[in-house]
Structure formats: C-alpha cells, structure tokens
Design a protein around this ligand. Structure first.
Ligand code: ZN
Length: 379
C-alpha cells in the first residue's frame, strides 16, 4: 500500500481531503490510491438525501450528522449541487458548514465541484463515496437536488434514499423526477409546522413508503428519522453496487442512423433522455448526438454529406441500428485475440472523436451487427 493510502487508513484527515480533490479531478495518483484502498470499502452505510431546492436538505443533513456524531459515528457528507457549483456557492457553503461542525475530525464535508459532462459527475461521486467508505467512515451521506438525470443516477449509489419535501409544494411534487420518488425508501416532510403538511402526506401515501415529519431547524423528528434509517439499513442490507467496473467489458453505446437529428432527439427527449454531447465529426462527415442511458449511451448519427458512409448506409438500409459499441479494458490485447481467432477487423485501432482508440469488427464475425470496440479510459 502506498504511503498516502496507509495514512488515510490511519485516519489522517489532510491526506483524505487531498486524495478526495485528486479523485474529483481524475488525478491518476489519487485514483491509484483509491484502487489500493478499494478492498477496505464496504463497511459504510451509504445514505442519499435528496429533494428540491428549498426543502431544507442541508440543514437536515447537518443535524442528522450531529446526531450520528453524538453516537460516536464518523460521517462523510458529499453534497452534489449543480446550481451552487456554477456560482461557486458550493465552496462558500462548505466553509459555513465546516464552521458549524467546529472542524470536528469525525466529520468530512465536500461539495462536488466537478464541471464535467453528464456521467462524469456521477462517476466522480461514486468514487468519492468509495474513498470515504474505504477511509473507514461509518456513514456516507450523499446530498443531491433530486432533479435531472445525474441526480437520479447519483441517488442510486445510496443504500437508503431519503426524499425530503416541504408543505405547500402543491403540484411541484409531480415536477420532481419520477425516478427519485420511485427510489425513495423514506419520505421526510420537513418544515412540517407549515400549512399543507397533511395534504402533502396524503399525496405521498399511495407510494407506500414510511413518511416522517421533521423541523430540521429545531431538531424535531431527527431521532425518529435516524431510527428509521437504522432500521431500514438493517432490514435492507443492500449490497453495494460494484462501482469498480474496470477490467470488465461493458456496453458503451448503440449507434443509430437517423435522417434528421432534431426529429429523432425529440423522441428520445420525450422518453426522458438528455443530450450530453453534440458534434460534427469532419473525417466521418457525420453529425453526432450522445444521450446517456444508464451506464451506456444512445449515439444518434445523421449524415453531414451525401457521400459519407452514414449517408450510404441510410440509402441502402434505411434508418436504424448501425453499430453496437463495447468498451474493453485493453483494446490492443482484444485486437490481438480477435485476429488470432480469425475475426475480420475493418481498421487498425485509431483515434476517435473524443480522443479514444477504437476499432470496427465486420458483421460477418459478430452475428450480423457492426461492432465497435473502444479502449476504456478514465474520464
Ligand atoms: Zn459509435
């Protein structure tokens, strides 16, 4: 084990903070430390606290953390807030919150400052959670806004998800991502002394999840919430999803040829997918739009010129599935094995749009579909 890793295991807060920053920035050294620490992860209770802006999540998380500290538990709080990230409010928020906890070494607070693309934030958060887990924290609390694709994915990292709502939201309950309501294990009606708490509770009842009332600013209902979380974690004992997917072959994306990107995008956006990236690849004469879907993506392809390969495909075969792309941990080794087995490769590994290495395999070798193999990279 490297020196930093062993210092983190010994409880050195500075090494942990520095490695956390490195993990956020995808610094290779920090990621190596994380890899070395990985076997120590698995002991922490991972709790997601999510809900719309103004629900009082931060206050709730803070009093919850204070209650856990009173029990002698160590806590890491990871706040993911895209809006404050953009204004720089995250860092300011951290300072205020750290002051409240009087630099208690048993509590670690970090706001995610990653400005990365969709998926990148979720990945960095997952790694940060694992780092805190491996560092020996008893509880890792992930605080998210509960809006947008990223948040749903990030909330999925938690073993127990608490959705915080406030009275008087009215139809706003509907506006909260349906996915978030579904993954909720516990509902909290915060600021429950305000009018509309009963109505909100009735609205939530059909979801058949425990509903608790709190007034976080006064500490009301916090013990009950903690009890509910503890009970839940004993009964659920959800296995931590394997976040270390390195070394495994995975589905990277499905390439679909369409006559017009915008028309096709409208359909997928109606489904709830969002565009993470759009570009025109000059060498391939193609307009590309990437829409993350779980761990994979849909890649929509529209010909940018009548003589492009995609235009020819469209002419000959019509719109539809063009290729399946798998990411592999070691592209060179995969290519060597495929060649030895007699598979028909269409090109030497070359650099694609995002700078990654890729190779195409002829449908004759793959069961009838053009296959793209991509070198998996740390992003
Ligand atoms: Zn592709």
């Amino acid at each position: 084990m490297n020196e930093v890793a062993s210092r983190i295991r010994e409880g050195d807060a500075r090494s942990l903070a520095r490695t956390a920053t490195g993990v956020e920035n995808r610094d290779p050294q920090a990621l190596e430390t994380l890899r070395e620490l990985a076997p120590f992860a698995g002991g922490a209770r991972i709790i997601g606290i999510t809900g719309p802006p103004g629900a009082g999540k931060s206050t709730l998380v803070d009093v919850l953390a204070a209650a856990l500290r009173k029990q002698g538990k160590t806590v890491a709080i990871i706040a993911v807030d895209p809006t404050s990230r953009m204004t720089g409010g995250a860092i300011l928020g951290d300072r205020i919150r750290m002051q409240q906890h009087h630099a208690d070494s048993g509590i670690f607070i970090r706001s995610m400052a990653t400005r990365g693309s969709t998926g990148g934030l979720a990945r960095a958060t997952a790694d940060l959670v694992r780092l805190m887990d491996a560092a020996g924290k008893d509880y890792v609390v992930i605080e998210t806004l509960g809006v947008g694709q990223d948040e749903v994915e990030i909330a999925g990292l938690a073993q127990i998800t608490v959705v915080v709502l406030v009275p008087g939201m009215g139809d706003d309950v509907q506006a909260i991502k349906a996915g978030i309501l579904e993954i909720a294990d516990i509902f909290v009606i915060n600021k429950s002394d305000q009018p509309g708490a009963d109505r909100l509770e009735i609205e939530l009842q059909h979801l058949h999840k425990p509903i608790l009332r709190t007034i976080a600013t006064e500490g009301t209902g916090i013990e009950e919430l903690l009890q509910s979380i503890t009970n839940r974690s004993l009964t659920v004992a959800a296995p931590i999803p394997s976040r270390d997917r390195q070394g495994a072959v995975g589905l990277d994306h499905l390439g679909i040829v369409v006559p017009a990107l915008d028309a096709a995008l409208a359909f997928y956006q109606t489904l709830g997918l969002a565009v993470a990236h759009r570009e025109t690849v000059a060498t391939e004469k193609v307009h590309v739009a990437l829409l993350p879907a779980g761990d994979s993506r849909i890649e929509l392809l529209e010909p940018a010129a009548p003589d492009s390969p995609i235009a020819k495909f469209l002419e000959k075969r019509g719109p539809g599935l063009h290729h399946v792309a798998l990411k592999v941990p070691d592209l060179a080794a995969a290519v060597e094995r495929l060649r030895a087995s007699g598979a028909r490769l269409l090109n030497e590994p070359r650099q694609g749009a995002g700078g990654h290495l890729y190779v195409f395999v002829h449908p004759a070798s793959t069961g009838g579909v053009l296959l793209e193999l991509i070198q998996e990279t740390e992003t």
